[in-house]
Design a protein around this ligand. Structure first.
Ligand SMILES: Cc1cc2nc3c(=O)[nH]c(=O)nc-3n(C[C@H](O)[C@H](O)[C@H](O)COP(=O)(O)OP(=O)(O)OC[C@H]3O[C@@H](n4cnc5c(N)ncnc54)[C@H](O)[C@@H]3O)c2cc1C
Length: 440
């Protein structure tokens, strides 16, 4: 029993950070949980394995912002930029791209989206510190601040729209220049003369191990793992009866779809169309690096997250719009390596032994996840589409998904994350969420 409510059997589909946190949250509330995941939870098949490990309340700025359309030709032509679009994928991507451009076309939409991201991540460092302690791995999360590095103050000022909005949302930071910046991060190239130190920022020290530890903790509370792939759903009178899996049907009361980039295909089986594309990302890692960072760094020009992960020097970033099925384009990893060499002159880039990884950010065009009860079937909850903020937003998402599975209203207003905002005939929600007639 969970308070006055009977315990439910909940199938959580997907063992990335969202599924792991949701499984733990539900098991902690006394429910019977089965985590359906064909791979190792937090393994390299998941975005949750290879991310930048930033737990930053400043990650509120959506990818689509007013004026971004002017940059699209550059994205198509610049082979070494932080964002690239594969020309041959353009016809298939066009509807998603149109929604993406419209999502940030006005200040109003841009700011509304940032506010909805803020609601999910403003307390992410505190939530993750508590979570790491709860799973007995306090070593996996620490709050030593995050450093955003710029060539000079003018480069920072060029991003005023984003930083002003962060300030309005209540974020504080310290500006550091010249020698003070050098003292904070001696390895940074002298090219960087201005920095923003976000004291509230935290980091995860090994995102893959973190997911595995969360799942292990859920296991100690009775959660079971099913090493299988979910393939669909069996319904009875409009209600969920079972999750179909490659290991046979799994009878359950509720299911949470948290399968990252594969989630939209599962949601489609329930009649829900969510435009979800992979923003393909990459990382490179140097083992036994000649230089270590005191805290994570994001250089403004490279648009990459530089973090020490399990003793390795990781650079992660790049947004590549192509297709999920296409093989990795390791040129993107080379771009990260070149940025690394320019950013940290003292960092030796070995000729061999660099670890390279490619993964899929599960991205909606407006940069907000879908956290909502399924509309056409009772008993299914969507918890996917976290794009760039999945690690940050996982504890808040898990709490919301568990509330929705239990049928109670989440503490965070769920309106901005409803699937109904993507209507086939309406690329983005034009009405403020309060005016929506169909939120679930
Ligand atoms: C390069 C890069 C850098 C990033 N940096 C950051 C960062 O610094 N901070 C941050 O907050 N976020 C960051 N992100 C984003 C973050 O990693 C993702 O948003 C997050 O990992 C998504 O988690 P998820 O659980 O939804 O999906 P995933 O981690 O992809 O997990 C989905 C899981 O579902 C399983 N699955 C798929 N299909 C099925 C099925 N049919 N049945 C059962 N299981 C299935 C998969 O095997 C997988 O294990 C970054 C992402 C990338 C790629």
């Amino acid at each position: 029993m969970n308070g006055d409510r009977p315990a439910l059997h909940v199938a959580v589909i997907g063992g990335g950070i969202i599924g792991a946190c949701t499984a733990l949250e539900l098991a902690g509330r006394g429910h019977r949980v089965t985590l359906v995941e064909p791979g190792t939870p937090g393994g390299p098949q998941s975005a949750s394995y290879g991310n930048g490990a930033f737990l930053s309340p400043a990650s509120v700025i959506p990818m689509s912002f007013p004026g971004i359309w002017r940059k699209v030709p550059g994205f198509l032509l610049d082979r070494d930029g932080p964002l690239s679009i594969a020309p041959r994928a353009l016809p298939r991507l066009a509807p998603w791209l149109l929604r993406f451009l419209l999502a940030g076309a006005t200040q109003d939409r841009f700011r509304r989206t940032a506010g909805a991201i803020h609601a999910l991540i403003h307390d992410a460092p505190a939530r993750h510190l508590a979570l790491a302690a709860r799973i007995g791995r306090p070593d996996l999360v620490s709050q030593d601040g995050l450093l955003y590095a710029f060539p000079d103050r003018a480069a920072f000022a060029a991003e005023a729209m984003s930083w002003d909005l962060r300030r309005e949302l209540g974020l504080h930071w310290e500006e550091v220049e010249g020698e003070a910046l050098r003292a904070l991060e001696p390895g940074l190239s002298p090219r960087y003369r201005f920095g923003v130190l976000l004291g509230a920022g935290a980091q995860c020290h090994d995102p893959g191990a973190y997911v595995a530890a969360i799942v292990a903790q859920a296991g100690t509370l009775g959660a079971r793992r099913l090493a299988a792939e979910a393939t669909g759903f069996a319904l009875s009178g409009g209600r969920l009866a079972a999750v179909e899996t490659t290991a046979g049907p799994l009878a359950c009361d509720r299911a949470v779809i948290a399968a990252g980039i594969r989630s939209a295909a599962l949601a489609r089986r329930l009649g829900e169309t969510v435009p979800l594309e992979s923003e393909r990302g990459y990382h490179v890692e140097i083992e036994a690096p000649s230089l270590r960072l005191a805290r994570p760094v994001m250089p403004s020009d490279g648009k990459m997250a530089n973090t020490m992960v399990a003793g390795r020097f990781r650079a992660s970033g790049q947004v590549e719009l192509s297709s999920t099925a296409a093989p990795p384009n390791w040129h993107r990893a080379e771009v990260l390596l070149r940025h690394l060499a320019r950013t940290y002159p003292g960092l030796e880039i070995p000729a061999a032994g660099i670890r390279r990884w490619q993964g899929h950010r599960p991205s909606t065009p407006d940069g907000l996840p879908v956290i909502a009860a399924a509309r056409r079937v009772e008993g299914v909850v969507h918890a996917f589409g976290h794009g760039h903020i999945g690690l940050n937003a996982a504890p808040a998402t898990a709490e919301m998904a568990a509330d929705l599975a239990e049928g109670r209203p989440p503490r965070i207003d769920p309106a901005p994350y409803r699937a109904a905002r993507f209507r086939p005939w309406r690329p983005v929600s034009l009405a403020p969420p309060e005016a929506a007639d169909d939120r679930r």
